[in-house]
Design a binder for this molecule. Structure first.
Ligand code: SAM
Length: 252
């Protein structure tokens, strides 16, 4: 009994030393995943919970999507100067003239895709990596393609630091998709396509879904289901506004 108490006291004596070393390790590891864990404090988690409540009220998304969004620290996908606004339901600039989509848009698109764990999903328009992280939290095998090399590089680093090493990122033109990785159970396009990207339709499995903002002047959230080799069914879900889906790769 006495021995037990002594061991316990000794352990308590050591706690401050361990804690201090732990924080020291965090500080020297700079941008590491541990440092980022600290940056996702109770305040950010609380703001995120409030945002998820807002999405529930707006009926944007579904339970699985909201749970996934509760786990993704959106403030770490934005420039630090926008950090305080990260949990408002608005889009923000992410560099290279692009934006991180509004949370309600992310929630709606993700719910429309209805991806199940283990499915092979292609995202077109990696951007900040936020949508990719939400999809990864749903347990899908995610492929994501971005045409802006500056965004591709910075987002690849960030996703690794945050522990999303499983996401397969590609620098390329999303109009061409990823023929070597196809077919996909689902394709999520996060830029506005003036016309339906035919190559992406070819890379969709029979029974698969593609969600894409579609239209030259006015964009409409559109979902395509591949019914057979040659038959597709199209549904629409209201107007939306995305940056345009453009062809080619932009190298720095
Ligand atoms: N999913 C992103 C996120 O969570 O931040 C949204 C990014 S933004 C709304 C759309 C992205 O699509 C931009 O990063 C843009 O560079 C990219 N994009 C536009 N056309 C593309 C194309 N043909 N192939 C790949 N990416 C494209």
């Amino acid at each position: 009994m006495t021995k037990g108490v002594n061991i316990c006291n000794r352990f308590l004596d050591l706690v401050p030393i361990y804690v201090e070393r732990w924080f020291w390790l965090l500080s020297i590891s700079g941008d590491s995943i541990f440092a980022r864990m600290i940056q996702d404090g109770f305040r950010q988690q609380g703001l995120r919970a409030r945002l998820v409540q807002e999405l529930r009220r707006k009926e944007a998304g579904n339970e699985r999507v909201w749970e996934a969004m509760q786990r993704v620290p959106r403030h770490l996908f934005l420039d630090t100067s926008f950090g305080q606004f990260a949990y408002r339901d608005v889009a923000f600039p992410i560099g290279a003239g692009q934006t991180i989509s509004q949370p309600s848009t992310v929630a709606r698109q993700t719910a429309l895709l209805g991806a199940e764990p283990g499915q092979r999903i292609l995202e077109v328009g990696t951007g900040s990596g936020y949508q990719a992280a939400v999809l990864a939290e749903l347990g899908v095998e995610l492929y994501s393609i971005e045409r802006q090399s500056a965004l591709y590089s910075s987002t690849r680093g960030l996703l690794q630091q945050l522990g999303y090493q499983g996401i397969k990122l590609f620098l390329g033109d999303g109009y061409e998709g990823l023929p070597r990785e196809a077919p996909f159970d689902g394709i999520l396009v996060t830029a506005g396509a003036a016309v339906l990207p035919q190559e992406l339709l070819r890379q969709l499995k029979v029974g698969g879904l593609m969600v894409v903002p579609l239209g030259a002047k006015v964009q409409t959230m559109t979902r395509i289901r591949r019914l057979s080799e040659n038959d597709f069914e199209q549904e629409t879900f209201g107007e939306c506004a995305f940056v345009p889906m453009l062809g080619g790769i932009v190298r720095r």
